[in-house]
Ligand binder design. Structure first.
Ligand code: ADP
Ligand code: MG
Length: 700
């Protein structure tokens, strides 16, 4: 139950005077969550993106053209457009003791302007001053106020990100009302730490940012903003630490094995393990032998060979007489893992099954029965493994592939399927090191640093879409050489049907040229159709696979050595890297052609250049962040860390490790958050929507 003291902050926005259902909807869109009623706290965490500075109040003679100024003028004369030219500008002459100024409006109503700027009166006018024909002019001033109004006007006016249909003043007014509702809350941060950093209290921090006194108040590095960012980071770290503590409470059972099964698998591999694969396996085997629970992240760039490491972990628990589950984010990937693992499992005598949404009825019932009876050693599957009626005889190890697609809930759901299940999470997402922490908390990490031997750099080129014919020629040559080709078409959710049509059209046009050797796969196809297409491509029956991004994660056809990506400018850098990771898996030299539709913006240009330059996932991830940061400066997009509203990696990354240590310290002393600081921290978890973690420790 949410503490009642927080109620004013969790009240729906429509509880504020002047905000009706329609306006509340616009705010919901602004906060990026139209499914839910926006609440007062959402508004308070909507921080300004900039400000209008009204401190610049020169005399007219000192005005610098093209700057924002606030000037005090006396209104002389209205010059409405002549009756026969109603679209001409409406000019108002004004002056101070040094110069004159023309205030200009288009399509304005005369009675309105006469009230706003009455002749003979003094008014304060804010806006951008320009020079027109050597004469000072201001078009559509941002604000016009009387002397009394000016006294009430903030000198720094925050400017908020907006959505269509929402007026800046509506946001400002709503935030003013929300600020008045912030209750006095007990401090959840360590007071010494606050003092040392010069951080204000929570409510004061909110007021400082929304009612700034100096431009410095609005910088992410300011004490006020940093305080809120630290609050958010601490909430995140606390939630992760609670989850981890919960997973560890029931201590694990050791799964010791001599390594007979592992040896059989290694013997069946057509290659030898890389040193870092070997190291990762050693880490895992050590973890598994110990009675406490394993929580380990296996982090390796695309193509680094995580699957086989996972399989060797699986072999260890199976040799100890227990079971393992291997979960993939998509049906295609689950089927592929199943296909890769099957021959190795056979060689080692591991009983293997697959369970996805597609196994139904009798088939599913049989699998569940065998699983419950312990007649299946390893089950590979999708989300279907979470379902309630899936029960294991003795689940010892859960492997989750491509973790970033799953949330805390799902991790818990799978871990609950056995007694103290060991957890191994595989991720290929090139997350910069600092971010690993925010996503995964303090899991143990094994990294696959080097790629398997014999891999060659992928030759990557960018070409405008109008050179399509050349690309098709290159594809023809590749086919003549016996190579296999991925042809990727973008699929962006907002324009899904248009994109699907484009993928279909490309499939047809390639089929016209290359015939039956072209296959198509996309997310909207039925499972069996997808399988068929993938299988034809994997076996070489089809040699061109036209695909949407369903192949982004994990698909492994080592014989494919050419990739064409259409509309590369529409993909993010990390995504392009993931896609490209589907080739360059064999010993053959691979080629990636990035087709773009020009003209390219600066950021898109930079992205494609980075891909041509490097295939190091970490470098690419870092460049990605940098570019997104620059995108911010250009005003295109607010970056921030995924899942965070206030903290920015660039400005607050350093606070992250402090938050992590703080969370560990707090839970060490007060594991169930029952002290008075504990109670205050529960409030914090609610404020930043991390209260899911509270259900793990129960009421305070
Ligand atoms: P990812 O880490 O992206 O999941 P995979 O596990 O799919 O990578 O492995 C990519 C490819 O590399 C597979 O074809 C796999 O058989 C191969 N592979 C894995 N380990 C090695 C190795 N040590 N030497 C050579 N090839 C390897
Ligand atoms: Mg993989």
């Amino acid at each position: 139950m949410r503490p009642p003291v927080l109620n004013p902050l969790f009240a729906p926005l429509s509880a504020l005077p002047g905000i009706g259902a329609k306006l509340a909807k616009l705010f919901a869109r602004l906060f990026g969550n139209e499914a839910e009623q926006p609440r007062v706290v959402d508004l308070l965490f909507h921080l300004p993106a900039g400000f209008v500075d009204r401190r610049n109040q020169p005399k007219l003679s000192a005005v610098v053209p093209d700057t924002v100024v606030t000037v005090a003028v006396t209104v002389d004369r209205h010059r409405p457009p002549p009756p026969h030219r109603p679209r001409a500008p409406y000019n108002i002459e004004a002056h101070d003791e040094t110069n004159s100024l023309t205030i200009t409006y288009f399509n304005a109503r005369k009675d309105y302007l006469q009230k706003l700027l009455p002749e003979g009166e003094r008014r304060y006018v804010s806006g951008t001053a320009t020079l027109y024909d050597g004469h000072l002019q201001m078009v559509h001033p941002e604000r016009v106020v009387s002397e009394a109004g000016f006294a009430k006007l903030p000198l720094l006016d925050p400017v908020y990100p907006l959505t269509e249909g929402l007026h800046p003043n509506q946001v400002r007014k709503a935030i003013e009302l929300a600020l008045d509702r912030v209750p006095a809350l007990p401090e959840w941060q360590d007071t010494e730490w606050l003092k040392r950093n010069g951080f204000p209290a929570f409510a004061e921090a909110l007021r400082t940012i929304h009612r700034p006194q100096t431009p410095a108040d609005l910088e992410p590095q300011s004490p006020a903003w940093s305080r809120l960012a630290y609050d958010e980071l601490l909430a995140g770290q606390l939630a992760l630490a609670l989850l981890r503590a919960h997973l560890r409470t029931r201590s694990g059972r050791g799964s010791a094995a001599e390594g007979v099964l592992r040896a059989r698998i290694v013997a069946a591999l057509p290659y030898s393990l890389t040193p870092s694969q070997q190291r990762a396996i050693d880490d895992i085997v050590t973890d598994l032998a110990q009675p406490n629970r394993m929580l380990r992240l296996l982090h390796g760039d695309v193509g680094s060979g995580k699957t086989v490491v996972a399989l060797l972990a699986v072999a260890t628990v199976i040799e100890a007489g227990r079971q393992a589950a291997f979960m993939a984010p998509t049906e295609i990937l689950a089927r592929q893992h199943f296909a890769t693992i099957a021959p190795l499992a056979k060689a080692a005598g591991i009983r293997l099954a697959i369970l996805t949404g597609r196994e139904r009825g009798r088939e599913r019932a049989d699998i569940l029965a065998a699983l419950g009876a312990g007649d299946i050693d390893l089950i590979v599957g999708t989300h279907a493994l979470f379902q309630e009626d899936v029960a294991f005889a003795d689940l010892a190890l859960a492997i989750i592939d491509e973790q970033h697609r799953f949330g805390v809930h799902q991790r818990l759901a799978l871990a609950r399927k056995g007694e103290a299940v060991d957890l191994l999470v595989l991720t290929a997402t090139p997350i910069p090191r600092t971010l690993v922490l925010t996503y995964f908390g303090d899991m143990d990490i094994s990294e696959l640093r080097e790629k398997p031997a014999g891999r060659q750099r992928i030759d990557t080129r960018a070409l405008p879409l109008d050179r399509l014919e050349e690309v098709i020629d290159a594809v023809r040559r590749a086919l003549d050489d016996g190579r296999r080709v991925y042809w990727v078409c973008p699929l962006i959710e907002e324009s899904e049907s248009v994109d699907l049509a484009a993928a279909d059209a490309r499939y047809e046009s390639l089929q016209k040229r290359f015939g039956e050797t072209v296959a198509l796969v996309h997310g909207r196809m039925r499972g069996a159709e997808k399988d068929k297409a993938m299988a034809r491509f994997a076996s070489g029956a089809a040699r061109i696979l036209v695909a949407t991004t369903v192949i982004e994660v994990g698909v492994d056809v080592p014989e494919a050595s050419v990739m064409v990506i259409e509309h590369a400018e529409r993909f993010g850098l990390a995504q392009l890297h993931q896609l490209r990771g589907r080739i360059g898996r064999g010993t053959e030299r691979s080629t990636c052609l990035l087709l773009y539709k020009g003209p390219l913006g600066e950021t898109a240009k930079a992205r494609l250049a980075i891909l041509r330059e490097t295939d190091d996932g970490f470098r690419i991830a870092e460049e990605d962040l940098r570019l997104r940061g620059e995108g911010d400066l250009l005003g295109t997009r607010q970056s921030g860390m995924p899942g965070f509203r206030i903290a920015r990696l660039e400005s607050h990354g350093k606070l992250l490790s402090a938050a992590r240590e703080d969370a560990a310290l707090v839970l060490n002393r007060d594991p169930r958050l029952t002290s008075s600081r504990g109670a205050a921290l529960r409030n914090l978890l609610y404020l930043f929507a991390r209260d899911e973690a509270i259900s793990l420790i129960g009421a305070g």
